[in-house]
Write a protein that binds this ligand. Structure first.
Ligand SMILES: *[C@@H]1O[C@H](CO)[C@@H](O)[C@H](O)[C@H]1NC(C)=O
Ligand SMILES: *[C@@H]1O[C@H](CO)[C@@H](O)[C@H](O)[C@H]1NC(C)=O
Length: 395
């Protein structure tokens, strides 16, 4: 054999070995919940099998996948705790169902909880909390209902992805992002009836760098609610309604409270929702604030309150603080927002007399009241306007 042939052969051999090495360093172990005893029949409690699969994945030094095949899995309160040794992907082709009796998860506060996990992705799947029994208890005025469970929560987690998940009929909030950094929520769907109480779609709080893209939310409370300590939140291509809109707040519940800053919502459509773009705070002193908010390219279809700042927030007018809100609202941009309001006041700015809203910019707004002229309302607000503005504004 001449060296002419040997050299390419050695190069080939070397690159194959290199390839093999690269592949094995990326290898990912898969833990199928069925091999941990889970039964996909929706009848036999699969909680422990899921927790055992989690323990295996969490102690794996290589990135791993927990796989949930097609089928229905009965899951009771389940806490998936970190820190883990490596990244974990939970790939779900099936549906996780809560027990039919709402007491089964109702006193836990959390149904599916991920806590202190870094590098966690939840891909696909459906979760059905079967919340209707719980709502019926709440609506009946019975004082003996449990507190209710959020369906899926991430607490103190970083580098989180939730993609393609469907959440059905949560008892209370569907998806909670609390005290997390770097979170991507993508193509998530939320479905609960219009009249289901406190069923927020996605709640973000005390978290930085959260992105929510391409989500369709139909529910009984806020589609997205944004609590104290939210920074750098990006929301895009959100379909909301029925629901109570995308809400910042309510803020000023506490005196010492962190604020909300740098939030963007764009290319979104509200359909038949109670509110569109809402900022709300209680009328009492607080250190909280709202600043650098950017709403742009939004369509409103038959929305009760398309644009609203409510610094006298007090649902049901019960035990209202009856002071003035300490929450400072600064630098909010509303740009290119059009559609229909079902109430005459399409743009409602009720700001605090002690802390007027400042730096409010409105540009290119076309909102009508069912083909008639809409109105705007302003209290304690300072700002600028540009372009076409319907209804003519009092700013
Ligand atoms: C948020 O993202 C920015 C830009 O990517 C980054 O510099 C910053 O460290 C992130 N913050 C946190 C708390 O992860
Ligand atoms: C605001 O948030 C966006 C992400 O939503 C981020 O890219 C940007 O850097 C943030 N701006 C500041 C000043 O932190």
């Amino acid at each position: 054999m001449t060296s002419k042939l040997i050299t390419p052969f050695i190069i080939f051999l070397f690159s194959s070995i290199l390839n093999l090495f690269i592949k094995s360093s990326n290898a990912s172990t898969t833990y199928n919940v069925l091999s941990f005893g889970a039964k996909p029949n929706g009848q036999i409690d699969a909680t422990q099998s899921f927790l055992n699969a989690w323990r295996a994945a969490c102690t794996s030094v290589e990135p791993s996948t927990i796989y949930v095949p097609k089928g229905r899995y009965l899951i009771k309160e389940a806490t998936f705790r970190g820190p883990c040794k490596s990244k974990i992907t939970v790939k779900i082709d099936g549906t996780l169902v809560a027990p039919l009796d709402y007491w089964g998860i109702g006193n836990s506060g959390y149904w599916i909880l991920f806590i202190e996990v870094n590098g966690i992705s939840v891909i696909g799947g459906s979760i059905d909390a079967k919340g209707d029994g719980f709502w019926a208890c709440r609506k009946s005025g019975n004082n003996n209902c449990p507190v209710g469970a959020r369906s899926i929560t991430f607490n103190w987690a970083n580098d989180v992805v939730v993609s393609g998940l469907l959440s059905i009929n949560s008892q209370v909030t569907h998806l909670v992002i609390n005290s997390c950094n770097n979170v991507m929520v993508k193509n998530v769907k939320v479905i609960a009836p219009d009249q289901s109480p406190n069923t927020d779609g996605i709640h973000v709080q005390s978290s930085t760098n959260v992105t929510i893209i391409g989500c369709r939310i139909k529910t009984g409370d806020d589609c997205i609610s944004i609590g104290p300590g939210t920074r750098n939140l990006w929301m895009e291509k959100i379909l909301c309604g029925p629901g109570h809109g995308v809400s910042i707040g309510s803020l000023g519940r506490e005196y010492e409270e962190d604020g909300v800053q740098n939030v963007t919502l764009s290319y979104s459509i509200f359909t038949g929702s109670d509110n569109g773009l809402r900022i709300k705070s209680w009328a009492r002193p607080s250190t909280s604030f709202v600043k650098n908010i950017n709403y742009r390219n939004i369509v409103m279809k038959y929305v009760d309150n398309p644009i609203i700042i409510d610094q006298n927030y007090c649902p049901n007018n019960k035990d209202c603080p009856q002071q003035t809100s300490g929450v400072k609202i600064n630098d909010v941009i509303y740009k290119n927002i059009e559609g229909t309001s079902t109430t005459e006041v399409a743009m409602n700015f009720d700001c605090s007399p002690s802390n007027p809203c400042q730096g409010i910019q409105i540009q290119d707004i076309k909102l009508t009241y069912m083909n008639k002229k809409a109105k705007s309302f302003c209290n304690n607000i300072q700002g600028t306007k540009k372009g076409v503005i319907w209804p003519a504004t009092c700013i």
